[in-house]
Design a protein. Structure first.
Length: 379
């Protein structure tokens, strides 16, 4: 069995469900131990770096024989939950695919980058440095990537998220916003005394739906398309025979490279201001819960071109694209490390049947090796 696939099978067999997503889940500690042991066996200089209790990053470093640029490979060690999956931690190979939770998202990418470092260690890296970083918590708040960039830097990075071996040079961001609308509690038989907060929230939802249509009708970004929004969670009311005195909406706005981080909240607050002017009894407010910026690698950076050349040299057909989903590449990129996404193909991310294409894992590894041999010798 190829060492990259052996490692991938071992990683899938370890439960590393994110405990912030699933209370009581074990988190990344065990899989980090396995990765650290593998990196040490391959000859890397390994550092296990606590992020929060029981959830460390692990970083392996391979030094070249001469000075040169630093290339980082980065992937996350956590997975989403396994509800509905029959046997999520037993890796099964069938028809050229490897099944199991995290097989594609993204233990395949992690296995490929570690195996690539092992290949380079055996061959000898002529110059420069390769930093292999496996980080925690990408599936929730990316505290691992934030801790990584506080300690490490590089001249460029590849985040080995699943891209079907395409080179994604940008992706969307997101903002989570909470909207609260006030009403006035009253008995359901006394409409003159009550104000229905849920119906008033309906006015907000109507304006948000119109805004979403406007966003999706704008000229699309060349890589990632248009912005969008959706209402994620709505709550309100106390009982059937009472006017609800409050209603709460939690929503998500997907943002584009170049849009300010404040855009989403400003849009919602403008809607609330307009509704207040139209009806002085309307009372509402909005606040940002969390957000991550979109990202696009600088257009003149050499990394996408060098990676495309590497893909060609290992028998692939390079495709440059953008990604609709957010990744840790934005954290690396905004910290000054130009980053792209490149990883194996498959299907079933976050679903009850997840798999990765085995051949893609090997081609990803080989392309990373070729990239490092070229990038790290450049002055």
């Amino acid at each position: 069995m190829d060492p990259a696939i052996r490692l991938l099978r071992n990683l899938v067999a370890i439960n590393s469900v994110n405990p912030t997503l699933v209370p009581g889940a074990p988190g990344e500690r065990d899989v980090v131990d396995a990765i650290a042991a593998e990196m040490r066996t391959l000859g890397l200089d390994v550092s296990v770096e606590p992020v929060v209790e029981g959830r460390p990053n692990v970083v392996g470093v391979l030094e070249g024989r001469a000075k040169g640029p630093t290339l980082m490979w980065c992937g996350h060690t956590d997975t989403v939950g396994v509800a509905g999956m029959a046997d999520p931690f037993t890796p099964v190979e069938r028809d050229g695919r490897l099944y199991g939770r995290g097989a594609q998202d993204m233990k395949a990418g992690v296995a490929a980058m570690i195996a690539a470092a092992g290949t380079l260690a055996g061959r000898g890296l002529p110059a420069g440095r390769v930093v292999v970083a496996a980080v925690v918590d990408e599936e929730h708040s990316s505290i691992g990537a934030e801790a990584l960039v506080a300690r490490w830097t590089a001249d460029a990075a590849v985040v080995t998220e699943p891209t079907d071996l395409a080179i994604a040079i940008g992706h969307k961001g997101f903002t989570w916003i909470e909207v609260e609308v006030d009403g006035k509690a009253a008995h359901g038989s006394r409409p003159a005394e009550g104000e229905d907060a849920i119906l008033r929230m309906g006015r907000v939802l109507t304006r948000l739906e119109a805004l979403d249509r406007t966003l999706q009708q704008r000229p699309p970004h060349a890589l990632v398309g248009t912005g969008s929004l959706h209402a994620s969670l709505v709550s309100g009311g106390r009982e059937l025979s009472s006017y609800p005195d409050s209603a709460t909406l939690q929503m998500e706005r997907r943002t584009l490279p170049g849009e300010p981080e404040s855009t989403a909240l400003a849009e919602v607050r403008q809607i609330i201001d307009e509704l207040t002017k139209e009806d002085t009894t309307f009372r509402g407010r909005a606040r940002q819960l969390f957000g991550r910026p979109a990202y696009e690698v600088p257009r003149d950076h050499e990394l996408p071109r060098l990676l495309a050349d590497a893909v060609s040299r290992v028998g692939g057909v390079p495709v440059v694209t953008g990604a609709s989903f957010w990744t840790d590449a934005a954290i690396l990129g905004h910290a000054g490390i130009p980053s792209v996404l490149f990883g194996p193909g498959g299907a079933g991310l976050h679903s009850i049947e997840e798999y990765v294409i085995v051949e893609d894992v090997l081609r990803c590894r080989d392309a990373l090796v070729e990239l490092a041999m070229q990038f790290c010798q450049r002055r």
